[in-house]
Design a protein around this ligand. Structure first.
Ligand SMILES: *Cc1c(COP(=O)(O)O)cnc(C)c1O
Length: 356
């Protein structure tokens, strides 16, 4: 089904202020955003309009009780000037999984996709053409009832804004396994992309940085033993040429990059296993030299190789110059995104405006 959006264009685009070769990460917004309200059980007031603050009442339920979810996606641009989305349906599905868990309304797939397509098409002149650069797309939803009292809100806003981002080059990251604090437990909200998961991660992240580590490696909440994910990414290890990633156990966020990499690795004939992996097994494999790579996967960085893994008094150091699998995966995903590599699985979808 196709929706009708009210479109209000900005008077003067901010794009002339942008230096495409020097884009500060996460600070530059494009001209327009999509906004919709959930009122009386339906999505209404569908509008694309200039990015601007949204006045909010102090009793807004999202502030107090935390019903807030988001997605993170990227659009790239090909040589012919087409804006390209990567697996947009997966994001449409995932935001609804998050919504269900957080007792929020679902967004019809067609509404989510049409809003993403129309907005990205409108903002495509902001997509930096350089390899590895992209338009970062942030769809999110939050509660808007002005009520104090714990219950599900009856009204919500769904907003999408976009931001140009330069090549996200990450230095190899140092990981600190955390066994005092946990990110999520099975039955909790670890599978939902919800704001509170990040709030809970900030103190341990700050503590890790004080120790000289970049990201927390989360262990499971019950045994404090099995590796779950790192910071904002899923995690992969290579031990004896076997690619291992923790199985989705109900506490781990189902990353779309994770799924894409598993598909590509398997298609390439590499040995891939999804299973619980304990920090002890990892440290042991690090010590005896069979652990050759560790890397995070996520939309923002695509892949972030790890150089160090610390747990209590054990530190494993990895040779990040010799990264057969993570380098291949990084090049393959980026190649698919800018159409220099075959898109075997039809993941690329050109952003096309829906005309009403
Ligand atoms: C978003 C996210 C990821 C990565 O998911 P992608 O779909 O690959 O971007 C991993 N872990 C957490 C906690 C996340 O929020």
């Amino acid at each position: 089904m196709s929706y009708t959006f009210k479109i209000t264009k900005i008077e003067k685009s901010g794009i002339s202020n942008l230096d495409f070769n020097n884009i500060p990460f996460g600070k530059v917004f494009t001209d327009h955003m999509f906004v919709a309200d959930f009122i009386n059980g339906e999505w209404t007031n569908l509008e694309i309009k200039p990015v601007a603050p949204i006045p909010t009442h102090p009793g807004n339920m999202a502030w107090h009780y935390g019903q807030a979810i988001f997605e993170g996606m990227k659009a790239t641009i090909d040589n012919s000037g087409n804006a390209l989305l990567f697996r947009p349906e997966m994001h449409a599905e995932r935001i609804n999984k998050s919504a269900v868990r957080m007792s929020m309304p679902e967004i019809p797939h067609d509404l989510f996709l049409q809003a993403v397509h129309n907005l990205v098409d409108m903002e495509k002149s902001w997509i930096p053409p350089q390899a590895g650069s992209a338009l970062y797309i942030r769809p999110f939803m939050y509660a808007t009832d002005e009520t104090i009292g714990v219950r599900s809100s009856e009204t919500y806003k769904f907003i999408i804004f976009t931001m140009p981002v330069g090549p996200y080059y990450t230095n190899p990251v140092k990981l600190l396994a955390q066994d005092k604090y946990i990110r999520a437990v099975v039955g909790g909200v670890g599978e939902a992309k919800t704001a509170g998961n990040y709030a809970a991660s900030l103190l341990p992240a700050t503590m890790a940085r004080k120790e000289g580590y970049d990201q927390v490696m989360w262990l499971d909440g019950v045994h404090k033993k099995y590796v779950q994910e790192i910071g904002t990414m899923n995690i992969f290890f290579v031990i004896n040429d076997e690619i291992i990633t923790p199985n989705l156990d109900g506490a781990i966020l189902a990353g779309i990059t994770r799924d894409s990499m598993l598909t590509l690795f398997r298609d390439q004939g590499y040995k891939v296993t999804e299973r619980p992996i304990s920090i002890d097994e990892l440290i042991e494999a690090g010590k005896n030299g069979t652990l050759t790579e560790a890397f995070g996967s996520g939309t923002a960085a695509v892949i972030a190789p790890a150089s160090h893994i610390k747990h209590n008094d054990d530190v494993v150091i990895l040779d990040t110059d010799n990264r057969k699998y993570s380098k291949w995966a990084f090049d393959t995903i980026n190649g698919i995104r800018n159409r220099t590599k075959e898109d075997k699985f039809n993941w690329i979808v050109p952003a096309e405006p829906y005309r009403n």
